[in-house]
Design a protein around this ligand. Structure first.
Ligand SMILES: NC(=O)c1ccc[n+]([C@@H]2O[C@H](COP(=O)([O-])OP(=O)(O)OC[C@H]3O[C@@H](n4cnc5c(N)ncnc54)[C@H](OP(=O)(O)O)[C@@H]3O)[C@@H](O)[C@H]2O)c1
Length: 330
C-alpha cells in the first residue's frame, strides 16, 4: 500500500510517500481502507518531536512511522473477535496515537477505539472532522454550558475553535467568536452571536461579562482574558502558550483551588461514545464540517507545511481515494 512515512522526526521534508506492506488486523482490530485523512496540529507536533511527545513515545524514534489521526473509509477486514463492525461498513473517527496512523491506504485500529459508522449525510472527505471537536469538547463539558451562559471563544476559526463554537451553540450558550477579519463570515455562518476581529482592540472593550473564555489557539494573554471574565468566571486554553505561561496560571489555579484556569482533557476510553455522539449531531445538522484545503496523498508534505503556518480554517483534508466520490452524499 501507499503511505506517508517518516523515518525520523523533523520538518515536512522528512515525509516520504512510498509503498509499504499493508497491516494485518489483530483479533480485536479492524482494517480500514482509508478514503480521506487529514494533517492536523497534533500530527505537526509529533513530526517536530517536541520533548513531551518524545517522553510519551519513550525514545528518539516514534513507535510509529505513519502519522494521521482523523480518517473516513470502509472496513476491509476484521479480526476474529470483532463483533461491532463488518467488512463493507463505512466508518469515520480518530486513529489512536499508539497505532500507525491514517495517512495511508490502510490502517488497523481496535474495534472499541474512537470510531463510528459514517454520518449518512457526508462524503468521506467531509467526515474527517473528529479531532478538533474531540479537543474542544472537554472544555465545553467542564464549563457545563447551558442557555443563559455567555462564552467568548478566542481563535474560533481553527479545527478546535470552529468545533468549540458549534458545540457551545448546540448547548444554547451565547457565543462571541474572536477571529481574524477574513474569518468573520465563517464564525457567523457557524452560529456566533457576535463575531469580532482580533486585529482590532474591539474585543478588549466587551467588558467583564463572560462566564467562560476559551482560548482555542493558546495566544490570548492574561491581561486580556482577565478583562473579559465575570467574577467567578473560568478561563480554558488548548495550548500552554508561547512561553508556556498557561502552565503557571493552571498550577496557581490548582494550588489556590480557585478553578479559574483549566485545561480539561477527554477521559480515557470515551472516544467511541464521543464519535457516535458527533455522528448524531452531524446527521441532525447541528455540526457541520469546515474544510479548508485538500491535498492528494502524494503532496502531503505541502499539507504539513500549510498546517504548520497556523493559518488553516477548520480541517486540511488528504484525499486518498477519489474515485466514485460523485456518487456519495453531499
Ligand atoms: N489540548 C490538546 O490536546 C491539543 C490538541 C491539539 C491541538 N492543540 C493546540 O490547540 C491549538 C489549536 O489547534 P487547532 O488544531 O485548532 O489549530 P489550527 O486549526 O491550526 O488553528 C489555526 C487558526 O487559528 C487562527 N489564529 C492564528 N493566530 C491567531 C491569533 N493570534 N488570534 C486568533 N486566532 C488566531 C488562524 O487564523 P488566522 O491565521 O487568520 O489568524 C487559524 O484559523 C494549537 O496551538 C494546538 O497546538 C491542543
Amino acid at each position: 500500500m501507499k503511505a506517508a512515512t517518516i523515518a525520523r522526526y523533523g520538518s515536512a521534508g522528512v515525509i516520504e510517500v512510498r509503498n509499504v506492506p499493508a497491516p494485518v488486523p489483530g483479533p480485536n482490530e479492524v482494517l480500514v481502507r482509508v478514503h480521506a485523512a487529514t494533517v492536523n496540529r497534533t500530527d505537526c507536533g509529533e513530526l517536530r518531536f517536541p520533548a513531551l511527545i518524545r517522553l510519551l513515545n519513550g525514545g528518539w524514534r516514534s513507535r510509529r512511522t505513519i502519522l494521521g489521526m482523523d480518517f473516513a473509509g470502509i472496513i476491509e477486514a476484521v479480526g476474529a473477535a470483532v463483533s461491532m463492525f463488518k467488512p463493507g461498513d463505512r466508518v469515520f473517527g480518530m486513529c489512536p496515537s499508539r497505532n500507525d496512523g491514517a495517512q495511508a491506504e490502510y490502517f488497523c485500529m481496535p474495534e472499541t477505539g474512537p470510531m463510528a459508522h459514517m454520518p449518512s449525510n457526508l462524503r468521506f472527505d467531509q467526515a474527517v472532522v473528529c479531532e478538533g471537536a474531540f479537543y474542544a469538547n472537554p472544555a465545553i463539558e467542564h464549563f457545563g454550558l447551558k442557555p443563559g451562559h455567555k462564552i467568548l471563544i478566542y481563535g474560533a476559526s481553527g479545527a478546535i475553535g470552529t468545533a468549540a463554537l458549534q458545540l457551545a451553540k448546540y448547548r444554547g450558550a451565547e457565543v462571541t467568536a474572536v477571529v481574524a477579519g477574513r474569518h468573520l463570515g465563517l464564525a457567523r455562518s457557524l452560529g456566533a452571536d457576535l463575531a469580532v476581529d482580533y486585529a482590532t482592540d474591539a474585543f478588549d472593550q466587551l467588558g467583564r461579562h463572560f462566564d467562560f473564555v476559551m482560548d482555542a489557539v493558546g495566544k490570548l494573554g492574561i491581561r486580556r482574558w482577565r478583562r473579559l471574565l465575570k467574577p467567578g468566571g473560568v478561563f480554558s486554553t488548548t495550548d500552554l502558550g508561547p512561553w508556556s505561561q498557561n502552565l503557571f496560571f493552571l498550577l496557581s489555579s490548582k494550588i489556590t483551588g480557585s478553578g479559574r484556569v483549566v485545561v480539561p482533557l477527554a477521559k480515557r476510553g470515551t472516544g467511541q461514545a464521543f464519535v457516535n455522539d458527533l455522528k448524531d449531531k452531524i446527521e441532525a445538522g447541528r455540526f457541520v464540517p469546515v474544510i479548508d484545503r485538500r491535498y492528494p496523498l502524494a503532496a502531503i508534505a505541502d499539507a504539513y507545511r500549510y498546517v504548520q503556518t497556523g493559518e488553516k480554517a477548520g480541517v486540511v483534508v488528504i484525499d486518498i481515494v477519489t474515485e466514485g466520490r460523485l456518487a456519495e452524499p453531499g
